[in-house]
Design a protein around this ligand. Structure first.
Ligand SMILES: [Zn+2]
Length: 302
């Protein structure tokens, strides 16, 4: 367990290295993460790997920790009842949720007790957002994660809702805002001024722009900085690992990105830009791997 709260280190101005992708990295290592995927949607994505391939999930966490990640994200992205119900496992959401937290915590304890485990959860885009988040957060807090990362949130209204629910845990809450645009807006055209107003006075310890093209993050970070005073960060989406086992259609957004465009050194160049724009927490989202985190380390941890 870390000796200092993450919020204290951020307040002191320290920069923290976040891990890279989990789901796409599991896929790259041969884990089938696409159960229940159908045309246009992903099923519960990597949630089933927590029980089907726990040793691989733990190995991904450990690899990121060995490369110097200060924060790893538990594989709870869609361990919600709503998403697991798509593969007939809705009643087992708690088992999958606990397994994900325990794998991340065990990896942390084994490799670097000073690193933080973020319980990372995403809106299921179905069911009752508030109830789904409340269940997940309660279990993650019981398991002993160090913070909650409410990620892949697209709408301003949802950002406010998830922050409020996550804060009920008493843990620091980080918010990950998805698919920001090169035009400097949120996914659905909402403005950063609207986001700032919705977060005003809410207990959110950091806001990160995530799962977006790197140049879009560069365009949006100054807008986020202008409306939000606490620590900010970024972890971009650089593409999608195609897998011959995949029978569904991944998020269309990922098809539009050429992962060859962002080799590790180029990605690290974007990270340098983000640091100049005041980002304090930097890592990688879809299709980034250990090689990207290795390239980020000397840039982020100077
Ligand atoms: Zn992503």
């Amino acid at each position: 367990m870390p000796s200092r709260p993450i919020t204290e280190r951020l307040s002191a101005g320290e920069r923290l290295l976040l891990d890279g992708a989990t789901g796409s990295e599991l896929q790259r290592r041969g884990v089938y993460v696409s159960k229940g995927a159908q045309e246009g949607q992903l099923g519960p994505w990597s949630a089933t790997a927590n029980i089907d391939a726990p040793e691989v999930v733990r190995a991904v966490h450990e690899d990121y920790l060995r490369l110097g990640a200060d924060i790893i994200t538990s594989n709870n992205f869609w361990t919600s009842a709503a998403r697991l119900s798509m593969v007939g496992l809705g009643d087992e959401w708690e088992r999958y949720t606990r397994a994900a937290a325990e794998l991340a915590l065990a990896a942390r304890d084994a490799v670097n007790p000073e690193a933080y485990v973020a319980g990372g959860i995403a809106p299921p885009n179905m069911g009752d957002l508030r109830a789904e988040f409340r269940d997940q957060v309660r279990v993650l807090a019981e398991e002993g994660v160090d913070l909650i990362l409410a990620e892949y949130v697209g709408r301003v209204e949802d950002c406010a809702t998830v922050v409020e629910v996550c804060a009920e845990s008493g843990l620091p809450v980080f918010l990950g805002v998805r698919h920001v645009t090169p035009d400097g807006t949120l996914q659905y055209g909402e403005s950063f001024e609207e986001l700032g107003a919705a977060l005003e006075g809410r207990p959110v310890a950091a806001v990160l722009l995530m799962c977006s093209d790197p140049p879009a993050i560069s365009a949006c970070l100054p807008k986020l900085r202008a409306v939000y005073a606490s620590p900010i960060g970024a972890y971009a989406n650089i593409g999608y690992h195609r897998n011959p086992e995949f029978h569904g259609t991944p998020d269309e957004h990922w098809h539009t990105i050429d992962q060859e465009t962002y080799p590790p050194q180029r990605y690290a160049g974007f990270a340098a830009e983000w640091i100049a724009l005041d980002a304090q927490i930097i890592g990688g989202c879809c299709a980034t791997g250990p090689e990207h985190i290795a390239a980020l380390k000397p840039v982020v941890k100077t």
